[in-house]
Design a protein around this ligand. Structure first.
Ligand SMILES: C[S@@+](CC[C@H](N)C(=O)[O-])C[C@H]1O[C@@H](n2cnc3c(N)ncnc32)[C@H](O)[C@@H]1O
Length: 317
């Protein structure tokens, strides 16, 4: 055995004492913090997440949240993907008396969570809100634990409690700014049904505005093309010139005609428009503008479909 291998130097010994002492003090501080809080927070932690990025774990390190065991139920509002109704202002007394809890787990591994063995009497979904955390910034529905708890507090009217937990994160208070309008709408509701209606109205408005913006953008594109009537005229002329001639069987060659704002042709050229699939195979050019437009629309709308799907999946689960 090497000389002095298991020996603890005087320096180390003296540094050990304060360490264990400080641990004890830290525990005391934690209890002190939890008992000092005007609210109760709970969390079932399934250890799915990177502890450095996990907001629930940070709340735990700060002594603001209590860890709950599997099999243990929570008396307050449980904000969970397994919720049956939405958090609403009518939940105020439950939150005031017994607080709020979350399920700390990965969104990708929800199917591993034994929802029947956790939760409580008041399991709730959160309505449409945007994440402000660095991992999912700007995404609706997928809030992290501290955002979910803060949203619950804010909806029932305890915005100051929401601020108390969010301010522990550098980005935290942004959550309230980003969702100011939505939170005010939800705060003016009463029960879960009214929250659901308000949420649907908001999503519909967002969709409508989106469609209007798209229409305006299309209008601008048309304006940029110049005199559309003149363009049609020229195309007809071209077609009639080609009448009786051998048809060009290479669809990949497309005429590109550009006009200035007065409708004069400023350029005419042939352009290769070959398109390839992911495997590098040539895709036949259909020149079917309607089909292409439909494809574009489907792509643009897919994000909204994803939102709808998430609403439904949250409702179903
Ligand atoms: C899936 S975990 C992800 C936690 C993340 N790793 C973190 O750092 O906090 C987020 C938890 O917040 C709650 N939550 C977030 N968004 C929710 C929503 N729209 N409806 C219900 N609960 C939600 C749930 O308890 C959910 O399990």
């Amino acid at each position: 055995m090497g000389k002095g291998k298991n020996k603890v130097s005087t320096e180390e010994r003296s540094s050990h004492k304060p360490k264990s002492h400080s641990k004890h003090r830290h525990q005391e501080t934690r209890q002190h913090v939890i008992s000092d809080l005007p609210f109760k927070l709970g969390m079932w932690d399934f250890d799915h997440c990177d502890p450095k990025r996990c907001s629930g774990k940070k709340l735990e390190r700060l002594g603001l949240i209590k860890n709950l065991r599997i099999g243990q139920k929570f008396q307050g509002v449980v904000v969970s993907p397994n919720g049956k109704g939405f958090v609403c202002p009518n939940d105020l007394s439950i939150v005031e008396q017994n607080g709020a809890a979350v399920v700390e787990c990965s969104w990708a591994r929800l199917d591993e969570i034994p929802f029947k063995k956790i939760g409580g009497r008041y399991e709730r979904l959160l309505p449409y809100l945007f994440a402000a955390n660095p991992v999912n910034y700007g995404r609706p529905w997928r809030l992290n634990c501290v955002e979910a708890l803060a949203a619950c507090f804010a909806i029932v009217g305890k915005t100051e409690w929401a601020e108390m937990i969010l301010e522990k994160f550098s980005w935290g208070l942004t959550f309230l700014d980003v969702n100011k309008e939505l939170l005010e709408i939800y705060q003016s509701c009463t029960d879960s049904e009214s929250i659901e209606k308000a949420q649907s109205r908001y999503i519909e408005e967002v969709e409508k505005e989106r469609a209007e913006r798209k229409e305006m953008a299309q209008g601008q594109d048309l304006w940029m093309l110049g005199n559309v009537n003149r363009k049609n005229l020229d195309t007809d002329e071209e077609e009639s010139e080609e009448d009786g001639e051998e048809e060009h069987d290479d669809d990949s060659i497309k005429k590109v005609v550009k006009y200035d704002n007065l409708g004069n042709i400023i350029e005419e050229e042939a352009e290769e428009v070959n398109r390839y699939d992911k495997l590098g195979n040539l895709i036949e050019n259909t020149d079917n503008e309607e089909e292409e437009e439909e494809e574009e629309e489907a792509e643009e709308d897919s994000s909204l479909d994803a939102v709808r799907e998430q609403v439904n999946s949250l409702k179903v689960s």
